[in-house]
Design a protein around this ligand. Sequence first.
Ligand code: NAD
Length: 289
Amino acid sequence: MKILMADSFDKSLPGRLSKFGEVFTEMERIGEADVILVRSKTKVTEELVQKAPNLKLVIRGGVGLDNVDKKACEAKKIKVMNTPEASSVAVAELAFCLMLSVPNRIVDAHNSMREGKWMKKELKRTELFQKTLGLIGIGRIGNEVAKRAKAFDMTVIAFDPFVKEHPIAKMVTLDELLAQADYISLHTPLTDETRGMLNGEKFAKMKNGVVIVNTGRAKVLDEDALLEALKSGKIGCYATDVWPSDPPPEGYALLSAPNVLMAPHIGANSNENLLRIGDKICEILSKGV
Ligand code: NAD
């Protein structure tokens, strides 16, 4: 079996995969590959599939399949698999890290110290304790965030049209969530229903100064309305790991907007998660292609 490792994975992976066959990383050898391993960077397009006459299996190390043209693969009878369970804890921890950083003003505190300032009086923190967290989407990652929020004594509510009951979160309508949440964390895939689902009309229904944490997908929010709501202070902070493209285009307005906390799509990037993704890939390959 010839395995093209097109993106970066845990450094132990090539060694672990060698029992299944030859592992290489040169994209120009795509024509030889039986299997291609990708994360987010490589796009498995129709054009790429055309260059890969031997390809039988695409494995995306991660949750979604946004970077794989499933139709093009299907047409060539190429199996497409991903590793959706592996990343839940890693992404949930980043969502929580972003959520905690905002009321604790960690970035302001750090930057002020670097600038030689002692802002003990100015840096007033607030607590997550007894605040309401609204989860939009409560699948694998949303569930992990709910567990962590409970440990912080937050009230957890959630909107998810496909989940009727949850052991921690009280399931509510989207309007109820928007009206009650102090913090909103987004955990839906990008679909026709979720694209732009948080727009100006929805922002108007939120509490003033609400914090929105996005480790889901950037395009779930309407960009122009978001910028407006950040400028007016309706949204107190938008803390995001996800972007319309990786990286966002040069001069992208959100990069210089007020009250934004940013990470470069590192939700799945924990060392532990990269190992778990590797475990899953080995498990898939051990069943053959
Ligand atoms: P999941 O499929 O387990 O959960 C998604 C949930 O969203 C499901 O419960 C589904 O019912 C719900 N949902 C679907 N449509 C909805 C709608 N219109 N309104 C509200 N809820 C809706 O997926 P997951 O593993 O929890 O991952 C969630 C998302 O996180 C992924 O789709 C991906 O976009 C994102 N993600 C980001 C990173 C990162 O690095 N930041 C990494 C992995 C995944």
